[in-house]
Design a binder for this molecule. Structure first.
Ligand SMILES: Cc1cc2nc3c(=O)[nH]c(=O)nc-3n(C[C@H](O)[C@H](O)[C@H](O)COP(=O)(O)OP(=O)(O)OC[C@H]3O[C@@H](n4cnc5c(N)ncnc54)[C@H](O)[C@@H]3O)c2cc1C
Length: 334
């Protein structure tokens, strides 16, 4: 199949926030050959392509005057105790397949939308697990030269919802596959409240049960992007000092702040947004979800201006009430 490039293509169905933006050029690639052809196409036009996987962590605030490449590379390869998976595989389906084939360690990351290639970009995490704990390496192509690169886990410089792909390598590479190290034996991570509530003191919980429980919990908690545009958590959970916790004790009741490195604590941004009275706050068609305060939603035809204003209001009001700066989590495409 030759490369098919569409001009002035709609991106409406390629971003879960549902922004009606357009791409100057758009193509889908399901083989490495087509991907290389697409990179060549962009290079000839002196464009740096933009990559879309599941579109579940991008917020398109403008049309993209470049080539947008939708990654559909598929395949899973087992090499002894390592698993190499292509970037276009659906993350949740991959996690389910691993559980069914008794490769454990990803179950707490069940039901996160998006592609495998998108997962390392912000070091996806949920319910006490992060992909960085399992990722061995990444294979990628340089978006400009097409040269193949190999990055080890250390090269990725993972942090909380963070990696080198958001900094010095931002929009520089196309991840084509990742290699993970999973366990043959299963040890459950159940120390998050929702999972504790679900399983109590049981010590015989299976990986499939955790995954099933998370599908249920997440469906109840989060708005469904196919019904109401969203990108999951819009703000990172802030890291605060013990002095802040002491100062704000009267202001906000933070149960079980989670200890992180350096004597700091991670606290739920959702609580701050909710305590600031912002649930349901709307500007035009952009609204703070009534279901989950950390999720901003698109009620139908939110404009860039609606969304920018809403983000500013949330950040300003939380700062005024709690002296905390909320940092945006998804990739904002200005
Ligand atoms: C309802 C909902 C719940 C969510 N829950 C969570 C959660 O619990 N934890 C969490 O961490 N995230 C969560 N997210 C955010 C999102 O699902 C993840 O960040 C996901 O990994 C994004 O993958 P994607 O393929 O959709 O990336 P996209 O949105 O397509 O892209 C995101 C960024 O990665 C880049 N990118 C994507 N694929 C590639 C590639 N192959 N090579 C190079 N760059 C690439 C894009 O250019 C962009 O900069 C949630 C989102 C939604 C809508």
């Amino acid at each position: 199949m030759p490369l098919i490039v569409h001009e002035n293509a709609s991106l409406l169905h390629y971003n879960t926030f549902g922004m009606a933006m357009r791409a100057r050029y758009f193509c889908e690639v399901d083989t490495l050959e087509l991907l290389k052809e697409a990179l060549n196409f962009a290079a000839k036009k002196s464009l740096i392509p933009f990559i879309i996987g599941g579109g579940s962590n991008i917020v398109l605030l403008r049309d993209l005057d470049t080539l947008v490449i939708h990654i559909k590379l598929k395949g899973i390869l087992f090499e002894k105790d390592q698993i190499n998976v292509m970037a276009g595989e659906n993350w949740h389906q991959f996690v389910r397949q691993m559980i069914k084939q008794e490769h454990f360690g990803l179950e707490n990351l069940s039901y996160i939308p998006g592609s495998v290639g998108g997962a390392p970009i912000q070091n996806i995490g949920a319910y006490g697990a992060e992909i960085s704990e399992r990722l061995i390496s990444v294979v990628a192509l340089d978006r400009t030269s097409g040269e193949e690169l190999f990055l080890s886990n250390a090269d990725c410089q993972f942090g909380y919802r963070d990696s080198i792909f958001k900094h010095s390598l931002r929009n520089q590479l196309v991840i084509t596959s990742i290699t993970l190290g999973l366990d043959k034996g299963f040890s459950p991570i159940l120390d998050y409240v929702d999972l504790k509530k679900e399983f109590g003191d049981r010590n015989d919980v299976s990986a499939l049960e955790i995954s099933d429980a998370l599908i249920k919990i997440r469906t109840e908690k989060l708005p469904d992007p196919s019904k109401q545009g969203n990108v999951g958590s819009f703000f990172k959970n802030p890291i605060v000092s013990s002095e802040w916790l002491a100062q704000q004790k009267e202001n906000v009741n933070i149960e079980n702040p989670r200890k992180v490195k350096g004597g700091y604590f991670k606290i739920p941004a959702a609580l701050l947004v909710s305590e600031a009275g912002l649930k349901g706050k709307a500007v035009g068609d952009a609204m703070v979800s009534k279901k989950h305060a950390l999720v901003l939603t698109n009620l139908g035809s939110a404009s860039s201006e609606d969304l920018r204003s809403l983000i500013e209001i949330v950040q300003q009001e939380v700062k005024a009430k709690f002296e905390v700066e909320l940092e945006v989590e998804p990739e904002m495409v200005f």
